[in-house]
Design a protein around this ligand. Structure first.
Ligand code: GLN
Ligand code: ZN
Length: 774
């Protein structure tokens, strides 16, 4: 082990897709066969080397300041391959095999994918067998090191740590808890570490975010015990061969039991998340950290918030660093709180942001500037970083005073709202009576909202954006599309129709572009998984609705049919979950404001003659806090904001909601508490398993999806009617709706038409069998 000191400034991780989404494009070209493996590999190589150069120019100049968290698809997958948790007995796992694990191929299904902590990044979930050797494969990291060296950079290899890797895995069929295999896996990490030492690498990073969360696999103190054992072995100088110095990182929240476990194991450096949001839930954290960390360990203070897009208040952040030093922490470095993977590359390329707003923002590259400025100020005084501090002061002041952030009318309206839970009147039983006037058949059929986004629709939207299509031409094209979607639903015999959402590029972005208090970016892409990126809007201030957003499309669609057409809105929680949010007010404040804007939209839809309104909340579970003690208060404000949207709806207006992407178990009570009249919910893949959970909590109407729209398969009448019958075991016919799992925008008409035809036929068949015999 060398005595190298840790650099003064670093980051926990950096975006991998590239400033122009180079990796995304290369991956998709390779998968589509447009480029060969050699071209793909050299593109990925150039991107990595360019990234290191970029990071160094941004100020990460110290040796090992740059993390090599440069996975081609996913860092969990690549770590699992490196330590042999995946890949079987093979000494080497070829590229195509790696992609097959992530995406599946003709022979096998992909591994599961799920959310990485409470972010919108999704990782590949390794499956851990009961037995079998873990083959250490250090070659991947060794070649990353060599490639960086050849280009003149000394980077820090990155692996997900052993405790987190197993805590995020799932047991293979019949196997026990993956954590039972921690000792064996630690041995494999040791082999990788000693290969790195032999190659002259002085520092490696092991990321252990599992220690900051309440995971279902093991309670906090059990995970801490696991960490004590694993790091005891891994770091023990007496055991086995040489190793590099180890930086353990713990992003996404504060450590509890894990803090003692890790500080006692005494890695050469320990990173902790000291972002404002973390300190808001755990104000004593810096003090606990300072007391626990020993003199041999460098404390890598994650004071630059990697989760949001706001320029840091450098003076306030510096006080946190100084408090650590005053509390006796001798070796102190500055870092981001989490990987910068969750924010876009740079504000500098945006050309359409209002100038004042641009000055308030800080994406990945700007955050690196903040980390280096704080390190300079800490070590040499603020004068040495005067420019950065002046910029920060200006951003903090102008943002606080801006009319863009503070709208008194909105604040006054929110202040008038009742506090706590709100209740739509009358309660469900009374509303059901009023809604009989809708005159719906038994087992009504409907869809979730969007219809296939055809090439023509996309072309019209792009043309309109580029100014090639006038407003009038664009409107005519959309109306044409709506007419054909309504015609199709009439022909298929669906009962409650939708307009198909052709005007929406995205169910959140669409509303963000029409609401005040949001801005959208041109290039603000962040990786969602693999090659997939999203461009989240930014909530920058108080939110309001300058004018109706969906009414004209709904009114037009309704004018084409005698049947009911659903109005279609995205709920406040989902809008927030898929946006960057404010850090100057609690999320619940933005949620109430968005809810009021949507409540106005509900009233306008009613006035336009719309009798059924769907408020989608597919992301309700996504914001669920990692810490169990914070979950109840989240669900309270989330449910309240949904209820505010529907609060003043007329009793005979039927309010629907839709949820998907969730294991609903943990939040099923909250779903019921939304108090929608009808809830459609993803269920086909689990073959209605969730309905058992619903029995006690749910008294309103429900549409468990019977067609898994994520698969291109067209389900038969037979299997659809079986699913309807399965649903009828738990839900009485008066309360059951028949619908697909989710919107149809990613499907083509070739599947949508026959599948919906079968869905209506299956309903007819089951409904017939329910008729009392005369
Ligand atoms: N109404 C939306 C649609 O049909 C819902 C999408 C979703 O749940 N993600 O596309
Ligand atoms: Zn959905």
């Amino acid at each position: 082990m060398s005595a190298h000191t840790f650099p003064a400034a670093t980051i926990e991780g950096y975006p991998r897709v590239g400033p122009n989404r180079e990796l995304k494009k290369a991956l998709e070209s390779y998968w589509a066969g447009r480029i060969d493996a050699g071209t793909f590999t050299s593109t990925a190589h150039s991107l990595r080397v360019d990234t290191y150069a970029r990071l160094r120019n941004l100020g990460l100049t110290g040796d090992y300041a740059i993390p090599a968290d440069v996975a081609l698809y996913d860092q969990v997958l690549e770590t699992a391959l490196t330590v042999g948790l995946l890949g079987g007995d093979a000494d080497e796992v070829p590229l195509d095999e790696e992609f097959a694990l992530a995406r599946g191929n003709a022979e096998r299904a992909p591994l599961e994918m799920t959310k990485w902590f409470d972010t919108n990044y999704h990782y590949i979930v390794p499956e851990v067998a009961e037995a079998g050797r873990f083959v250490a494969r250090p070659d991947r990291v060794l070649s990353l090191v060599a490639e960086a060296r050849a280009a003149g950079h000394t980077v820090r290899p990155y692996l997900v740590g052993p405790v987190t890797l197993l805590a995020l895995s799932k047991p293979a069929e019949g196997a026990g808890n993956p954590l039972e295999r921690l000792a064996e896996l630690t041995e494999s990490y040791r082999v990788v570490l000693s290969s790195l030492a032999a190659a002259g690498v002085d520092w490696i990073q092991l990321a252990e975010p599992a220690l900051t969360a309440d995971l279902q696999v093991a309670p906090d103190d059990r995970l801490a015990d696991h960490a004590a054992t694993a790091y005891g072995t891994l770091l023990d100088a007496r055991v086995g061969a040489e190793r590099p110095n180890v930086l353990v990182t713990t992003p996404y929240g504060s450590l509890r039991a894990g803090l003692d476990a890790l500080t006692q194991a005494a890695p050469e450096a320990l990173h902790v998340d000291l972002a404002p949001a973390t300190l808001a839930t755990d104000p004593e954290y810096p003090r606990r950290v300072a007391a626990a960390v020993g003199p041999e360990t460098t404390l890598v203070a994650g004071v630059v918030d990697g989760r949001n897009v706001w320029a840091a208040d450098l003076r306030e952040r510096l006080t946190v660093l100084e408090s650590l030093r005053d509390a006796g922490v001798e070796k102190l470095s500055v870092s981001s709180s989490v990987s910068l993977l969750h924010v876009p590359h740079t504000v500098a390329v945006e050309t359409k942001l209002p100038v004042d707003v641009a000055g308030w923002l800080s994406f990945a590259d700007e955050k690196i500037g903040e980390a280096t400025a704080l390190a300079t100020a800490l070590n040499d005084g603020t004068v040495a970083a005067a420019d950065a501090f002046a910029r920060s002061d200006r951003a903090v002041r102008t943002r606080r005073e801006s009319h863009r952030t503070h709208d008194e009318a909105v604040q006054a309206r929110v202040a008038e709202l009742p506090e706590g839970a709100v209740q739509r009147e009358p309660a469900f039983a009374g509303r059901v009576e009023a809604q009989k006037s809708l005159d719906l058949p038994e087992l009504p059929t409907t869809t979730i909202g969007s219809f296939p986004q055809t090439a023509e629709v996309r072309k019209a939207r792009a043309g309109h954006r580029a100014g090639e299509l006038t407003d009038a031409e664009y409107e005519a094209a959309l109306k044409e599309e709506i007419r054909s979607v309504i015609d199709l639903q009439e022909r298929l015999g669906l009962d409650v129709l939708v307009h198909g959402e052709p005007e929406r590029n995205d169910m959140v972005q669409y509303f963000a572009e029409l609401l005040d208090g949001f801005v959208t970016t041109e290039f603000g892409w962040v990786q969602s998984y693999g090659s997939r990126c999203t461009r989240p809007p930014l909530v920058i201030g108080d939110v309001s609705r300058p004018e109706a957003m969906t009414v004209e499309w709904a009114r037009y669609a309704q004018s084409l049919s005698e049947k009911h057409v659903k109005g279609m809105l995205t709920g406040p929680v989902t809008i927030l979950a898929w946006s960057f949010t404010r850090d100057d007010v609690p999320l619940s404040v933005s949620a109430d404001q968005i809810a009021l804007a949507l409540a106005d939209e509900v009233a306008d839809l009613e006035n336009a003659g719309i009798r059924i309104i769907q408020i989608d909340e597919p992301a309700l579970r996504e914001l669920l806090p990692l810490r169990s003690d914070a979950r109840a208060s989240y669900l309270d404000w989330a449910v309240r904001s949904f209820r505010l949207v529907a609060l003043d709806a007329k009793p005979d207006t039927q309010i629907h909601t839709h949820l998907c992407y969730s294991e609903f178990g943990q939040i099923i009570e909250a779903v019921a508490a939304l108090d929608a009249d009808v809830t459609s919910i993803e269920a086909a893949r689990s073959r209605m398993e969730l309905l058992g959970d619903l029995e006690d909590s749910f008294t309103s109407e429900i549409g468990p999806g019977i067609w898994d729209i994520h698969s291109p398969r067209v389900p038969s009448v037979g299997e659809l009617s079986e699913l309807i019958k399965a649903a009828l075991v738990n839900v009485p016919a008066e309360r059951l709706w028949i619908n697909p799992d989710c919107g149809l925008k990613t499907r083509g008409y070739a599947e949508v038409e026959p599948a919906l035809r079968n869905l209506v036929l299956a309903r007819d068949l089951v409904a017939e069998s329910l008729q009392p015999v005369k």
